[in-house]
Design a protein around this ligand. Structure first.
Ligand code: UDP
Length: 323
């Protein structure tokens, strides 16, 4: 299958591109390199430098390559920033993506798979969270993803465009050549590793008084290759709608820090800090729908393995990608 990957130079997009190529698919990466890295793009992919906000560039890419499927990863992902500058998020994550959907309809793309997030649930009441849980985002980032999901459904109703919105829980881990390199880094696992490497003094634990066994927030960490597998299954499937993607297991912030200490053999000093606004105490996925409907079988079920894969990548690329 020929697949256009928008945002294929980012963390999850580059891992997914590699996964698709390894399975014999043809991949065209479309990326503005605002946050992504040129070196993250697998050399077997065709690379197009372009911004989704440029309708001519998007249309030209889709018209020239005629992909059967599109995977849309291109988005800003900083929750904190989205609460300071919501316009940046609605413009980029919502408005720019409309060009991609219009081009998909104009050029007969069969299916769009969209990178969504557990942040669409806000403060969920049901744990593990099924897709039927009400969507009530508590930040502009989550709202931007939810709006795009709703637009996708309308493109389905009106134009017959098939789509699947994959609601990721906490993406983590790395492949041999693709890993996580954000600037600024705000995610827990890479930050704890930076402490283990001596690049930061200590990790701040955001809140130690949550109603959880050790007082710190619990998240569902899922290996990036397992996410990639779900994208291919979603493209192949006729099924549409939203799918949660998580392991179904929760790990606290302290669990993650302990795991990084074990995997790296390095000390990780911590600082107990205030809660970060907008953090739900527990987010754990009920991914039954993805398993049953898409036939998804995540393969990495140990947090130690996930952290180890990320650590291997960091030792191979101590400074991340070339800047
Ligand atoms: N976290 C933390 N210190 C950090 C970064 C994150 O304690 O320096 C916590 C954060 O509050 C959350 C969990 O780690 O409870 C996972 O955060 P991350 O930003 O990695 O992902 P999120 O769950 O926000 O998508």
């Amino acid at each position: 299958m020929k697949i256009l990957v928008a945002g294929g130079a980012g963390y999850i997009g580059s891992c997914c591109t590699e996964y698709l190529l390894d399975r014999g698919h043809e991949v065209v990466v479309f990326d503005a390199l605002l946050k992504g890295h040129r070196d993250a793009v697998d050399p077997r992919a065709t690379f197009l430098l372009g911004h989704l906000g440029d309708p001519a560039a998007v249309t030209a890419a889709v018209a020239a390559h005629r992909p059967e499927g599109i995977i849309h990863f291109a988005a800003f992902i900083e929750v904190g920033e989205s609460m300071q500058d919501p316009g940046k998020y609605f413009r980029n994550n919502v408005a720019c993506g409309i060009n991609l959907l219009d081009a998909a309809v104009a050029h007969g793309v069969r299916k769009v798979v969209f990178s969504s997030t557990a942040a669409v649930y806000g403060m969920p009441r049901t744990i593990p969270i099924p897709e039927s849980e009400p969507t009530r985002p508590v930040n502009a980032y989550g709202e931007s993803k939810l709006i795009f999901e709703r637009m996708l459904a309308w493109y389905g109703t009106i134009h017959g465009l098939q789509s699947a919105a994959l609601r990721y829980f906490n993406a983590a881990g790395a492949t041999e050549r693709c890993g996580e390199d954000h600037d600024p880094e705000s995610h827990l696992i890479p930050i704890v590793m930076q402490v283990a490497e001596g690049k930061r003094d200590r990790v701040r634990i955001f809140g130690t008084d949550y109603p959880t066994p050790d007082g710190t927030c619990i998240r569902d960490y899922i290996h990036v290759t397992d996410l990639a597998q779900a994208h291919l299954l979603a493209l192949d499937s006729e099924e549409c709608g939203s799918f949660n993607l998580g392991s179904g297991t929760g790990h606290s912030v302290r669990d993650i820090i302990d795991t990084v200490r074990e995997v790296t053999g390095h000390p990780v000093p911590v600082l107990e800090a205030e809660r970060r606004p907008g953090d739900p105490p527990r987010l754990i996925s009920d991914s039954t729908r993805a398993r049953q409907v898409l036939g998804w079988h995540p393969e990495h079920d140990s947090i130690g393995d996930i952290v180890e894969s990320a650590w291997r990548w960091r030792r191979r690329f101590p400074d991340g990608y070339r800047k």
